[in-house]
Design a protein. Sequence first.
Length: 156
Amino acid sequence: MKKIIGIFVIALLTSIAVNAQQGQGKGQKGMNLTPEQKATLKAKQMTLALDLNTKQQTEVYNLMKNSATEQQSVMASMKQKRQDGVTISDDEKYEMQKQRLDKKIEHKTAMKNILTKDQYEKWEKMMQHQRKSGKKNMAKNNQKGVKGGKQKNNKV
């Protein structure tokens, strides 16, 4: 009887360990969402956190949808360049970073126009917290040998 229980416990622990490893890296980052889905989720999250009215929800949704669409096209372009083996020059990197910062400024200005003063201040605090936790996660992932939030495949 003890042997059967022992075998059962070992099998159970093994299956738990395998499932835990397979589940790593899953979560929102692993989901392939459309820009509309991303915008909907983000607008709903902000509605809950900031108590947005109907007009604000629509404006936030539209802003998030545009941002997600632009981000998707930029990511697809970068992926294609990487697959083609094209290296990006320093000037191109500079322009890309400049465009990214311009879009960030645009986004921040749009949010300031959509939200009330109190909501905007709360949103700013949320963004600061998100940036801090993102940096912590990046540092933690770099220590684990993870690049871009995804496990490296070390296949031989």
